[in-house]
Design a protein around this ligand. Sequence first.
Ligand code: SAH
Ligand code: F3S
Length: 442
Amino acid sequence: MSNKYYIKTFGCQMNEYDSEKIGGVLSKNIQLTETSAPEDADLIILNTCSIREKAEVKVFSDLGRFRELKEKNPALRIAVGGCVASQEGENIIKRAPYVDLVFGPQSLHRVSELLSKRESSGKPQIDISFPEIEKFDYLPIINKNHVSASVSIMEGCSKYCSFCVVPFTRGEEISRPLEGILNEIVRLTFNGVCEITLLGQNVNAYRGEMSNGDIADFALLLEYVAEIKEIKRIRFTTSHPNEMSDSLINCFSSIDKLAKTIHLPIQSGSDRVLSAMKRNYTTLEYRSIIRKIRKICPEISLTSDFIIGFPNETDKEFESTIKLMKDLEFDYSFSFLYSPRPGTPASYIDDNIPNKIKQQRLEKLQSLNMLQGKAYTELMQGTNQRVLFDHFSKKNKNILLGKTDNNRIVETNANSGLLNKFVNVKIAHANSKNLQIEPITS
Ligand code: SAH
Ligand code: F3S
């Protein structure tokens, strides 16, 4: 036994966070250490994603590779966690009988327990239950060796958009109590963390219990986090248009530490499609939210998610999405081809749009988005930006890199003494991939 685990993470930031926690449980409870080489591991974990079909297919092709390792080393244990595990449950063992553990996003704190049950029973173990918010009571705080960290503030989603598996794989929306979140952030600051990203499927739907029994909303949580002196920049992802309260919008002017960027998925620019997606807002309502945010914070960068090729989306409907993207001048956004997900209402709709057309639409939208993102970058030339310099360039160790509020990479000289510091800089050139700054004099 080398007492090592290897973990591969697919999908979103929530999964990245969960993977860190799985590692924490394994090192705390059974003293395993991480390896980046699967062939050196006693335990291989795939923390999976099922948001789109492509993500799922990758999991099964990886499992095939790890099966060969197990044939050579029968003591190797293979675990599948995350959303594919949650969705497929025992089907995973049926399809890949060499898998030893299957656990969902809400039962990951039990991974070491499941492993010992696997040894004592000699049988594969499956736990894809949703035991309330218990998980957070059992998860160790990870000693980050990085200045930027993420903290999950809630689990699951109760919005049930017609195309989405998240409510089924991660369960209903449930918020962590306020104090637990603040404690975790304060503990992270002891290790030098100064930038925090608050994570959740709909962070702005946060309703967490406070120690006096009151309920804090997301705006209040932000105010509390901003009170933590060592935290210098706060980010959050993702938010839902229907939960953009005025008090949250006001935070963009009242909380200086809040990064001036917001990711607000719209999905489509057509009201008919939005209604079929069960998003529960119209394009007019979305536009009016953006107007409000920009009034409070004119320099905010706005990013979004778009789904192209929702069943029976017409050319005209697609063109309204293009128009909306132009009108609202989004920064670099994410766009995906619609992928029917098992069990979701949209997957039962007969679709008459050929894949080729969908692909063309996606390309058109993505090239418009690239142009808009670039234009946004160019506009940053000459502006002052707040940057956290946190790592050296892999290609050139003489270059130190950092990020602006809107996630543009800024470079400076490695000897500038700016590592792990927040600095206000003036952007000198903004025409290449990275932004260059004017020399810092003070
Ligand atoms: N609340 C989260 C949603 C997570 S899913 C958020 O707002 O980010 C992230 C994105 O994946 C969604 O916004 C949507 O654009 C995309 N997505 C979800 N289900 C999809 C599907 N079935 N096909 C294609 N894209 C999908
Ligand atoms: Fe999915 Fe809609 Fe929730 S996209 S995560 S069901 S807000």
